[in-house]
Design a protein around this ligand. Structure first.
Ligand code: FES
Length: 112
C-alpha cells in the first residue's frame, strides 16, 4: 500500500526515482511524467518505489531528466510513457534500457 510521504516506510524502499522539475524539464513535460510515474506506482500498489521532484539536475539539454537510485542510472528525454515503462521494469527488478544517458560506474556491475 502506498503511504503518505510523511509516513513513508523506508524498510520497504528499494528504488528512488528523482524527476527534475527545473525550468527546462518543466517545459519538457516534467509534470505529466511525474503524474504518469506516480500513477503507475499506485497501479502497482507498491511501497518499494519513492518518487521525488528535484530542482535542476544540471543536464538541461537532456530534458526531461530522471535518475534512479541505488542503481545510479540517469534517464534523458523522458516521456509519460517512458515513465510508466520505467516503473514497470523496476517492479520486475529490471532497468529500462531506453533513454539511459549515464550510469554511475560504481553501481554499474550491481544493477539488475
Ligand atoms: S532543468 Fe532539468 S536538468 Fe536543468
Amino acid at each position: 500500500m502506498v503511504q503518505s510521504v510523511g509516513n513513508y516506510n523506508l524498510d520497504e524502499l528499494q528504488q528512488h526515482i528523482l524527476i527534475c522539475h527545473g525550468s527546462s524539464c518543466k517545459k519538457n513535460r516534467a509534470e505529466e511524467i511525474t503524474a504518469a510515474i506516480r500513477d503507475e506506482v499506485k497501479t502497482q500498489k507498491t511501497s518499494s518505489i519513492l518518487v521525488t521532484r528535484t530542482e535542476c539536475l544540471k543536464r538541461c539539454s537532456d530534458a526531461c531528466n530522471a535518475v534512479i537510485y541505488p542503481a545510479g542510472v540517469w534517464y534523458k528525454e523522458m516521456t509519460p510513457g517512458a515513465g510508466r515503462k520505467l516503473v514497470k521494469k523496476l517492479g520486475k527488478g529490471k532497468l529500462m534500457k531506453k533513454h539511459i544517458s549515464y550510469h554511475v560506474g560504481k553501481y554499474k556491475e550491481a544493477t539488475p
